[in-house]
Design a protein around this ligand. Structure first.
Ligand SMILES: Nc1ncnc2c1ncn2[C@@H]1O[C@H](COP(=O)(O)OP(=O)(O)OP(=O)(O)O)[C@@H](O)[C@H]1O
Ligand SMILES: [Mg+2]
Length: 467
């Protein structure tokens, strides 16, 4: 029954969820596109977070102000001026006894602050180009059409502080010059300038403050990055906001703890190795006093192996502590290692691609690659070493034509003292510390080592470190 109910439900729910999934897909794509377009740095992002609302708010306020206040005030001022002009037109038409219009001109001048002139009738000039965004033109035209209702021509652009209006009367042309300030809310420009100026000041202050807040974060990031890559980190003062200080302090504590732990491990292992070596030396001396036999030889052999293991373990524990990362010519380093391996009797090819200078701890890095080339030349006859420095990574690939390492064993060979050769009975000289040491070094540089199959038929070891 349950299955039938489910089956019946399935087609009913499918179309309902499909548009939701579609919307979600679109949303996700949009979010990703915005994310891609956004600047990636913290500084740029924080600035954007501050600037965007300011600019949006200012634009909105400016728009509303222009739309409402500015246009309204301008319309009222224009209407008032046009009212005066309409009165003059009315007087001229209703009281024609003022033949030369002297008194009306004087009246307009004294009472309305309008400079008018009555010209002989002639066609009005063609309309001039209108300024793109001018509430004045619009307001004036509307007011004249409404209050005077005669053919007119206006020029609000020509003379900067006067506007010119011409109105066609029955027998004359009335030309009026009105002060721009009388018709136009000119303080809006001042308003906009104030707005822009204050925003600039505000943003400048924001940028300065933000810089000071972000610098400690950037420094902490650099320190963590360096520590992760095993480079030396100077002890710097926690600065900035409380959380950043806390993070910096926590980082310093963590760093000290890690360093202390490494020191303790090294000291302990050095102590153990030293003590055991003393005992082994004593054992070897005692064996030397015993009469030689096959058993004694075996025991001596074992003691030698134990000694070698202790040496190896000590090197492993000591790691690469204390060494500084410096710019190192990796191509030369690889060539030196190849030369050494050739002396030992292997065929080794080396190549390098990209900028050969990379910041690594030279001794440690050399030991790492030397272990790999040593393994390869021990197990194979033909070794190929390829270095690459691209996209902020240094990759060194070591290929050989030996028996390789089975996939199931590829994790295990990184364990200290783990050797396949015991089972294969190939080689008795190793201690099984080469690969763990190499991986330790790669990881202390912030990178890693992976194993795989080589096109040559044997093992491929790939070392990658950020450069
Ligand atoms: N290139 C290789 N081809 C085949 N097997 C390998 C190769 N490299 C390492 N191995 C196997 O992995 C095991 C571990 O290697 P590792 O370098 O850690 O130790 P080792 O070479 O035996 O000793 P050490 O390097 O300390 O002298 C080796 O014993 C060997 O069996
Ligand atoms: Mg080895």
């Amino acid at each position: 029954m349950a299955t039938t109910a489910d089956d019946a439900d399935a087609p009913a729910t499918l179309p309902a969820t499909a548009p939701v999934a579609g919307v979600r897909g679109v949303y996700r794509r949009l979010a990703r596109a915005i994310g891609d377009a956004m600047p990636k740095g913290l500084y740029a992002r924080s600035l954007l977070i501050i600037i965007t609302p300011v600019v949006l708010l200012q634009s909105l306020v400016a728009f509303v102000f222009m739309e409402r206040n500015w246009a309204e005030v301008t319309a009222r001022l224009s209407a008032a001026t046009v009212g005066d002009i309409a009165a003059i037109v009315d007087i001229m038409e209703t009281y024609p006894q003022d033949e030369k219009f002297d008194r009306i001109v004087a009246l307009a001048n004294n009472r309305f602050r309008l400079s008018i002139a009555v010209l002989p009738l002639e066609p009005l000039p063609p309309a001039g180009p209108k300024p793109f965004f001018s509430p004045l033109d619009r307001a004036l035209s509307e007011a004249i059409t409404r209050q005077v209702g005669k053919p007119f021509w206006i020029d609000t652009v020509g003379r900067s502080n006067l506007i010119e209006i011409r109105i066609q009367l029955e027998k004359n042309i009335l030309r009026i010059f009105a002060p721009r300030s009388q018709t136009y809310a000119s303080n809006s420009l001042i308003f906009v300038s104030w707005m822009v100026a204050t925003s600039v000041i505000l943003l400048t202050i924001a940028i300065v403050f933000l810089r000071n807040q972000i610098r400690p974060i950037l420094r902490l990031t650099a320190a963590v990055d360096n520590f992760g890559k095993g480079r030396a980190v100077a002890n710097f003062e926690p600065r900035g906001a409380r959380e950043v200080r806390q993070a910096t302090t926590a980082f310093h504590e963590m760093r000290r703890r890690v360093e202390r732990q490494i020191e303790q491990r090294t000291a302990m292992l050095a102590g153990v190795s030293h003590d055991l070596r003393t005992v082994l030396t004593r054992l070897r001396l005692q064996l030397a006093l015993i009469e030689a036999s096959a058993d004694v030889e075996d025991m001596q052999h074992d003691i030698d192996a134990m000694n070698r293991m202790l040496e190896g373990y000590l090197a492993f524990a000591r790691g690469d502590s204390g060494e500084e990362a410096v710019p190192t010519a990796i191509d030369a380093l690889l060539r030196t290692l190849a030369q050494e391996a050739r002396v030992a009797g292997a065929v080794v090819e080396v190549s390098f691609e990209g900028d050969p200078t990379v910041r690594v701890r030279p001794q440690a890095f050399k030991r790492c690659i030397a272990n790999l080339v040593g393994n390869a030349s021990r197990h194979g006859d033909h070794v190929v070493v390829v270095g690459q420095h691209t996209d902020g990574n240094l990759t060194v690939i070591v290929d050989d034509d030996g028996p390789g390492v089975p996939f199931e064993e590829q994790g295990a060979v990184f364990k200290p003292f783990y050797r396949l050769d015991n089972a294969r009975n190939l080689d008795e000289t190793g201690t099984g510390l080469g690969l763990p040491i190499a991986r330790d070094i790669a990881r202390s540089h912030g990178g890693d080592i992976t194993l795989g199959d080589s096109p040559l038929g044997g093992l491929r070891v790939t070392v990658t470190v950020p450069a």
